[in-house]
Design a protein around this ligand. Structure first.
Ligand SMILES: [Zn+2]
Length: 127
């Protein structure tokens, strides 16, 4: 039996599988679209961008808070938060902002369950 994974390893794994799910969920023929500029590309070349920064755990793995973005928008244009908010709409943007301010502490088990859930979802999308 290998030793218990560290918290950091678990978070990284969940970030990765969650990102894959976000990029795949609306893809057609493996092509997804950046929500802030409309650029289309293979889902593997796109990124999962956070409307509210990843540092807020309450919204880090929220399916509304995380959407497909190209690297231009996500990295070079710092996430295009204004356009991101327009895409989400005022109500949802506000809701996510409120949610992000709450303190969310996931247990290791909760995180592992999310990894399992998103691994299944990704596998279903890849069939
Ligand atoms: Zn873009």
């Amino acid at each position: 039996m290998s030793k218990k994974p560290t918290r950091k390893t678990i978070i990284t794994k969940l970030d990765n599988i969650f990102s894959q799910y976000i990029r795949l969920r609306y893809s057609k023929n493996e092509i997804s679209e950046c929500v802030t500029c409309g650029k289309q590309d293979h889902w593997k070349k796109l990124q999962a961008g956070h409307f509210i920064s990843r540092k807020h755990y309450a919204t880090r793995f929220d399916e509304d808070n995380v959407q497909v973005q190209c690297s231009g928008c996500n990295v070079f244009r710092y996430g295009e938060q204004y356009l991101f908010s327009k895409y989400l709409g005022v109500d949802l943007s506000e809701e996510l902002l409120m949610k992000s301010r709450k303190i969310q502490k996931f247990s290791d088990n909760e995180l592992l369950e999310m990894i399992e859930l998103y691994t299944k979802k990704v596998n279903n999308l890849l069939i």
